[in-house]
Write a protein that binds this ligand. Structure first.
Ligand SMILES: Cc1cc2nc3c(=O)[nH]c(=O)nc-3n(C[C@H](O)[C@H](O)[C@H](O)COP(=O)(O)O)c2cc1C
Length: 393
């Protein structure tokens, strides 16, 4: 039986998004305010499009929580799309008259789900593909992950993220261990130092002036994970593999790196492996001297911060559209333009945090699973205590 799962439903301009989260134990404090705070982080960002000014996301909890405490039953949430008032006919669930504006579009946007989706699902209105492939769906993931985060916090796991590159500008000067995460939170481009903040904004301004878009790289870090989340015993239980799949599922993500995976390829082995030394003051009884492996060895967390770098491509929709085709007539046309972001790197960061939380909570429940929060904490404490058997002369 799956320990933890979640499902989302909803179209970008439809009435709203539905989320069901299953596997959260009884006894966890869950409030709409906490979820709203996490969701608002996905909506901030220099270079965001007009949509973010319309939507002020909040998730209404509809089931699974009583008096602010989880019951152990599935948690259901509803996130209203405030923009739906402008789309009531075009996105009506029920049939509409032929003469209403259905906001049909047929000019393929290269780099979107339009082309394969139209042929696969036999759709002559590309909106029938775009409405679900849009990153609007990530609001539902962030809502689900807010509950996962609450549970992870109970055993001391905290997740952060920052932009480490925007367009051709690199912003990796500050080491992961030295980042002031409050400063990142205050930066509209989620940069970790003022110089990178200025350069990232200038890159976004230039791309706007050039009527194009830019992507980048963001880093997601989980602090406080114990040794032993995930497993080496089978391919689909490996934590690095699960994180890679989760990050890759974020819209527009095209690359995932665990730790310094790519840079490591250019170094000799002696400089890449993280040497382990005894340390009675560490709860693991040992300590790594470096963290090139990004906190994962053999598909298992090793007690170091879990670090994942994620490459996100430039947005496909541009005010100066690419040449393209009309899906129905085959005519050569300009790609469609719908209101769009210039750079989504900062906004993708909280989505990356959400995917990290969803993977870690599943792995955490596999290891320490229980039906109540108290049971999970007892299992966790007993396991941490078992580390005392090691490293004794
Ligand atoms: C937070 C976020 C916001 C996005 N905003 C837009 C947008 O405004 N316009 C756009 O064309 N694509 C946007 N995207 C990317 C598309 O959703 C994505 O490129 C598209 O669904 C095709 O999927 P693929 O790039 O993963 O192949 C966004 C992605 C993320 C993560």
């Amino acid at each position: 039986m799956t320990t933890f799962r979640y499902l989302t439903a909803g179209e970008s301009h439809g009435p709203g998004l539905t989320v069901i989260v299953e596997g959260i134990p009884a006894g966890l404090e869950v409030t709409e305010e906490y979820i709203e705070k996490q969701m608002s982080r996905r909506q901030k960002g220099y270079g965001s499009g007009g949509r973010m000014k319309i939507e002020k996301d909040r998730a209404d909890i509809r089931a699974g929580v009583r008096h602010g405490i989880s019951l152990g039953s599935p948690i259901a949430m509803w996130i209203e799309n405030r923009d739906f008032v402008n789309w009531t006919d075009a996105m009506s669930i029920t049939p509409v008259d032929d003469d209403v504006d259905k906001k049909v579009y047929t000019k393929v946007v290269p780099g979107h789900a339009d082309f394969p989706g139209a042929l696969k699902y036999v759709q002559h209105d590309l909106r029938n593909v775009l409405e679900r492939s849009s990153a609007r769906e990530t609001a539902a993931r962030v809502a689900a992950a807010s509950i996962a985060r609450r549970l992870l916090e109970e055993i001391g796991i905290y997740i952060h993220s920052r932009a480490v590159a925007t367009g051709d500008q690199d912003g990796r000067d500050v080491a992961t261990s030295d980042v002031d995460w409050d400063a990142v939170e205050a930066s509209e481009v989620r940069a970790s130092d003022p110089d990178a903040d200025t350069r990232f904004k200038a890159a976004i301004d230039k791309s706007k002036a050039d009527r194009t878009t830019i992507g980048g790289v963001f880093e997601v870090v989980a602090f406080g994970a114990p040794v032993g989340l995930g497993s080496h015993v089978h391919w689909d239980r490996k934590l690095d593999g699960r994180l890679a799949q989760a990050m890759m599922s974020i819209n527009a993500v095209k690359g995932v790196e665990i730790g310094t995976g790519f840079a490591n390829t250019q170094k000799p082995g002696r400089e890449v492996q993280d040497v382990i030394v005894p340390d009675p003051s560490d709860r693991r009884k040992f300590r790594h001297l470096t963290n090139s492996s990004g906190g994962i060895e053999g598909g298992m967390s090793n007690g170091q911060p879990i670090v994942v770098n994620v490459a996100i491509k430039p947005i496909a929709t541009m005010t100066n559209p690419l040449p393209s085709v009309d899906i129905n007539t085959g005519e050569v046309v300009e790609a469609a333009y719908n209101r769009s972001d210039i750079c989504q790197v900062a906004r993708a960061c909280p989505v990356g945090e959400a995917m990290m939380a969803l993977v870690l909570v599943e792995a955490m429940l596999e290891k320490f699973g229980g039906d109540s929060l108290d049971e999970i904490k007892r299992n966790y404490d007993g396991y941490i205590e078992s580390h005392q058997e090691f490293g004794n002369p």
